[in-house]
Write a protein that binds this ligand. Sequence first.
Ligand code: GSH
Length: 279
Amino acid sequence: MLGEAIKSFPVRLADTHRSLNHCPLRPPTRLAPVGTTLYGIPPSHPSHAARLMVERKGLDYKMVWLLPGIHFILIRTRGFRGGTVPALKLDGRKFQDSVAISRALEQAKPDPPLFPADPHLRMRVEDAERWGEERLQPLPRLLTRWMAVHRPDARLLLAKDAGVPLPSVASWLNSPVARHLARNVDADGRLEETIADVPKVLDQVDELIAEGVIGGDQPNAADYQILTSVQALLSIGDLDVVTQGRPSARAAKRVIPAFGPDFPAGLLPAESLRATARS
Ligand SMILES: N[C@@H](CCC(=O)N[C@@H](CS)C(=O)NCC(=O)O)C(=O)O
């Protein structure tokens, strides 16, 4: 029975996922006779970055939402070598990693562009995209994984948001996997420094907006990479004091108004938050 649920899961989830209904661009899933398939999981910010870029390109595509928690196994059964999402099949070729995906999309369909034509501006967008992937993207991932281990309520929110059958049971069964994913990013060891990093990194995003690298009328690859991560931080209520009211928060809400669960305040350790608010 569990096997049945898992087999039917991607289709059911793709059709019914609540948060994606907030997406102003298009319904999340359409039958696609052409060869573009994107794999992701609902709470994954880089999966949404890739989804928004595919949609920006106007490609006819199939979105497959995998079961979070075992997605790193499922994605390999789809022929990918690595265990991460987003993963894209594009005209018979496979791409993993959101930065590789933006380049592949640009090459396959140059219009509308994800990168500026001017070489200097293009370099700035490429650098910002890479910085977003390396420096900013890990922050909400680590915080969410820490909460998924230490706060059963957070695990339940994630299971409900993903639309899994019997979310209370699923979130309980998922705790060993949650611990495995948290260990992979050393969530316990790096929690404090990660919380302390949030305002510093958001200051840099605000600067990129002030300099016009991101936050313009026509979103580029760096907008999608960076602002989906900012939106993931905005969904963590404990961080409101350092995230809200910034240019980066406003820009993120324009690009992706919501995805994944909203984590209420009270889930992250109060002492670490106080230290960050003071600094
Ligand atoms: N930097 C990569 C990271 C992708 C990544 O780590 N994705 C997470 C979900 S947000 C994942 O699939 N993790 C599986 C794992 O760590 O085993 C990208 O931008 O695509």
